[in-house]
Ligand binder design. Structure first.
Ligand code: NCD
Ligand code: ZN
Length: 345
């Protein structure tokens, strides 16, 4: 008998869809399995106002192939000039579901991010008042801080002070990569949640650097030591409702990854559900899968769970394409380096 599991349709609580030709190519990869996704606003120029978010949402829906159903949950990119009343109106209309904080210079297209956190204090207070969550790219960008320490230092120097200064602010620590991230979630209340990517459940920093440099495993935050990966796996499979899937699927063309200064980002939209199911199965935690991918995220955001379901079945290795073709060039699909046995049927 085939082993199978039916769960509520999952959501992705951190996704990069880009725009134009790339959007058109990557959107079906997500919409095939996922009902909704929190859409990252780091376009060039970034999505900084309600009007820009509404226009981006329209472009996403226009790019959705006939017959597919997908709801983009829009975000605003927080800058030192963000207007509280525009943000509150975009939230009240139901358009915007979160605000994204990038420390300036932290990652791809983050030049407009925040340098002086005092400047955004009034906006954060407004968000706490209206219940609009803040999604945080939790890395400091100071040149003297080692890249492998940037998450831990961010928690101490930025995140904890922001949360203490803004009681009631709901915060998602995005794509946590360290034991420090897990411990910070564990030590706090339900106003704090965290997303975990599929690839950070699978790779550690050796995968990027041992035996030749592997640009397709380079993303930000960069994967850390194995002991950190094991903590993430434990957190994701724990059943704790504060953890949920945010793939951070971040497509770049192969040309832009395989160069002297390659872009950060792993493209996992195509095979996420197989990746996550494989890792949960190995942990003997298939009973926790639905919580992580389909239930905990909506609960944190105060949204209903999806009506539909998906069924995953276990069998012989699943074949995925090495890459997807886009008008901008091929985009390599994340390769876990081992066979995957669960497929969405
Ligand atoms: C993201 C991208 O390419 O937009 N890259 C990444 O490595 N995750 C930006 C981000 O979320 O950090
Ligand atoms: Zn991201």
């Amino acid at each position: 008998m085939t082993e199978s599991i039916t769960i509520r349709r999952p959501d992705d609580w951190h996704l990069h869809l880009r725009d134009g030709a790339m959007l058109k190519a990557v959107l079906p990869e997500t919409a095939r399995h996922f009902g909704r996704a929190i859409i990252m606003p780091n376009l060039v120029p970034p999505v900084v106002t309600g009007a820009l978010a509404a226009a981006y949402r329209d472009r996403i829906l226009a790019a959705l192939p006939e017959g597919m159903h997908f709801e983009p949950l829009m975000t605003l990119y927080l800058t030192e000039d963000t207007d509280s009343s525009d943000l509150a109106a975009a939230h009240a209309s139901g358009l915007v579901k979160a605000v994204k904080l990038y420390p300036a210079g932290a990652t791809t297209n983050s030049a407009s991010g925040v340098r002086d956190f005092n400047k955004v204090r009034p906006v954060l207070e407004k968000m706490a008042e209206i219940g609009l969550p803040l999604c945080v790219h939790g890395e400091v960008t100071d040149a003297e801080i080692d890249i492998f320490d940037r998450e831990a230092v961010f928690i101490d120097r930025v995140l904890d002070p922001i949360r203490k200064a803004t009681p009631g602010l709901r915060v998602v620590m995005e794509h946590i990569t360290t034991r420090d991230g897990v411990q910070y979630v564990a030590a706090n209340d339900t106003d704090l949640g965290a997303t975990i990517t599929a690839h950070h459940l699978i790779i550690n920093r050796n995968h990027i650097l041992v035996g030749g440099i592997k640009p397709h495993y380079y993303c930000l935050p960069v994967a850390k030591r194995e002991e950190h990966r094991l903590e993430l796996l434990k957190a994701a499979t724990s059943g704790d409702p504060r953890y949920f899937l945010g793939t951070d699927s971040a497509p770049h063309t192969d040309d832009n990854k395989e160069m002297a200064c390659g872009c950060a980002g792993c493209f996992t939209a195509t095979n996420t559900m197989s990746l996550v199911a494989e890792m949960f199965d190995r942990e003997g935690a298939m009973d926790k899968l639905e919580g992580f991918v389909s239930l905990n995220g909506p609960a944190f955001y105060g949204l209903p769970v999806n009506e539909g379901t998906i069924t995953l079945a276990k069998g012989g290795p699943v074949e995925y394409p090495d890459k997807i073709e886009t008008e901008d060039g091929p985009v390599r699909v994340f390769d876990p380096g081992f066979p995957l046995h669960w497929r969405v049927v």
